[in-house]
Unconditional design. Structure first.
Length: 164
């Protein structure tokens, strides 16, 4: 896994929820354990179909389901936005040296991820965007999970590779 959170997501959501409940009329009191159970619920439903029906963002659905809070100020402006910046993420130990070594050796590198459209910015924030010859984000090409896996790999193989 190339991108890793700097702090457990449930811990972050619970912490934001505690601060949020101090000034919002609809407090978020779901503890970390409850948020983890909420993640299990969110990922066990046909959520992409649900999202298409309600016209939402996958991250918003997951946060709302996990925390039992649908308040946009908490869900989008607090929880979703925190993960749109590189300081919420880190690279695995050794990636900062391994990626340039591979690149210098002439190895073509690509990212194929089920992440959302924030991925490119995060790779830039973490100073690794230019290491990759191709970046394929399923939500940009119309093959998010649970789309058939072969399709996204076919798209990835057909991507124009940048020349160094």
């Amino acid at each position: 896994m190339l991108l890793q959170v700097t702090r457990q997501v449930a811990e972050t959501y619970a912490s934001i929820g505690r601060r949020y409940s101090l000034y919002a009329s609809r407090g978020v009191t779901t503890p970390e354990k409850g948020i983890m159970e909420g993640f299990k619920r969110a990922f066990s439903v046909p959520w992409l179909k649900t999202l298409r029906e309600i016209g939402g963002h996958s991250g918003e659905f997951v946060v709302a389901e996990a925390t039992n809070c649908t308040d946009d100020a908490y869900v989008s402006k607090k929880c979703i936005s925190i993960y749109a910046h590189g300081d919420a993420w880190c690279l695995p130990v050794g990636a900062d040296t391994t990626l340039p070594e591979l690149k210098d050796a002439g190895v073509k590198l690509a990212v194929l991820s089920n992440f959302d459209t924030r991925l490119r910015k995060l790779l830039k924030d973490l100073n690794v965007f230019d290491m990759f010859d191709a970046i394929v984000v399923p939500s940009e090409v119309g093959y998010e999970k649970p789309a058939p896996a072969p399709e996204i790999f076919k798209i990835a193989l057909a991507v124009r590779w940048r020349r160094r």
